[in-house]
Write a protein that binds this ligand. Sequence first.
Ligand code: M6R
Length: 609
Amino acid sequence: MCGIIGAISYRNIVDILLDGLRRLEYRGYDSSGLAIVDIHGQVMCLRRLGGVQNLSDAVENTILSGTIGIAHTRWATHGKPAEINAHPHTSSDISIVHNGIIENYQSIYKQLRECGYICSSETDTEVVAHLVDWEGKQGGSFLEVVQRVLPRLRGTYGMVILDRRMPDRLIAARSGSPLVIGCSIGENFIGSDPIALLPITRRLIYLEEGDIAQITASSIMIFDRCGNSVQRSEILSNIRHDSVNKGVYHHYMQKEIYEQSTVIKKRLQGCLKNNKVDFSELGSKNEILLKNLKHIQIVACGTSYNAGMVARYWFESLIQVPCDVEIASEFRYRQPVVRHNSFLITLSQSGETADTLAALRLSKTMRYLGSLAICNVPGSSLVRESDLVLMTQAGPEIGVASTKSFTTQLTILLMLLAKISYLKGMKPDIERNIVEALKVLPYRIDQMLLKNDFMADLAKDFINKENALFLGRGTQYPIAMEGALKLKEISYIHAEAYAAGELKHGPLALIDDNMPVIVVAPDNDLLEKIKSNIEEVRARGGSLYIFTNAQFCVLNIENMHIISIPYVEAIITPIAYIVPLQLLSYHIALLKGNNVDQPRNLAKSVTVE
Ligand code: M6R
């Protein structure tokens, strides 16, 4: 949430900052701003409400040039989206950009007010700027000043600070919100996300929790939370910087929906060897953890949680391993009881979701056998802090609505299940059937994508609707949940998902001829059950949209639309059936004229509680 980029160079860095912000915009788009020290040694600070384009337009109308600067794109936490609340925040010679939340900002502000400081914004960040200024007046180097300030802050931060009087250095600090240094020759950079830095450098150093870095054009010094000088390893990112372009597509979400078969195919090619799942990336020593587990606890948020819900059905029905799934924000405060030989799996696209990360950290104080992160972002906090890691390798996902991260998570989970069954010495059929089904998955997804035009047409039925119900049973219940989440987050249509059997326990009261009911109903052993639920809706005049490959005796009679879906192997139906639902939501949002990639009030990665 929120994006940061900072640069110190021998050349003008204004375009680098703006380009970095554009690439980070998916992390927050309420406002943006930048501060640079110009050739006269003055700080030029520009801030604008709305997307980065507004800032970029403002920069065009200003003569702006400098070799050191910081910039920010904001997702509002403290203080409404407004120019006054946009970052950078300044206090005298100090400018600061900040991701995270300073929980004790009010008590700090109370003390600062007695020293004559007045905040002009509603933000927690401005208080930190004043605190750095005040502390600077007590003496010491810029670095020492920041080192004295940080222990006074409670909450989370990834922040970069600029002091006009020291235009040769930036100070960056990380606690609970990621920062990565981009190294180059004669210039260095800092960002909250490597995506911001990739066009300028692939040489990255991730800061660890509690680290403070002093960055000049030619040097990088890092100190841990105790003030000890530390070395953090430099890695070479293999993310292509052009992988964050839309290519031939109109929106990132559209591109990411269409990429699903390709990224899954590539991931499968790396893992399926001789009709077996090869997860050598886990390390053979670690396989013992998987062999010994007797229970799986999945923790995740949002779409990743929905993927976990599908996995629960799989783990229990296919290999009889008990599995619980919990929303991370509940898990972390619920004091859960750890089952015997339980193994923790976190699912996250970003690897930076604050609640999922907190749940992982909490699990380390509990009696789990170990932890596995299934994640899409290399180098993310979740990846670095988990015992085992399986990367989804879906490539950058920029659209706020998760699409390819969901289907790749499910693909990895299915392979993991096959691997566990093998390690536990279960019937070889289990692994064989999964591998056989996965081999055709990319093709099945391509077939689903052929439904695009149909979904574009169907979308017209929904533009004037205010509510929608999604129904499913078994592994399709979480697909109904995910379909409803996609619809609400980008089309702003209120959507709820129910296990179809729950209909008569309440939701049926909502059915009238203005309530579209989307039913996910592949031809499987639950079809007859869901047909009864369909009749319940039909009898009450609801408009039905049934996604199925089964034969229904009535075809497209009024208020009953059969959306004919190609055959899919039973095990992989949840992965394939979400694709038409993604397309439907995409087209509804498009028809409504919504910003598909940047839906209101949301941001891609939820790094605050
Ligand atoms: O990065 P994560 O997978 O941990 O993110 C979790 C949720 O914030 C995310 O899935 C969110 O629900 C998506 N915007 C849904 O499309």
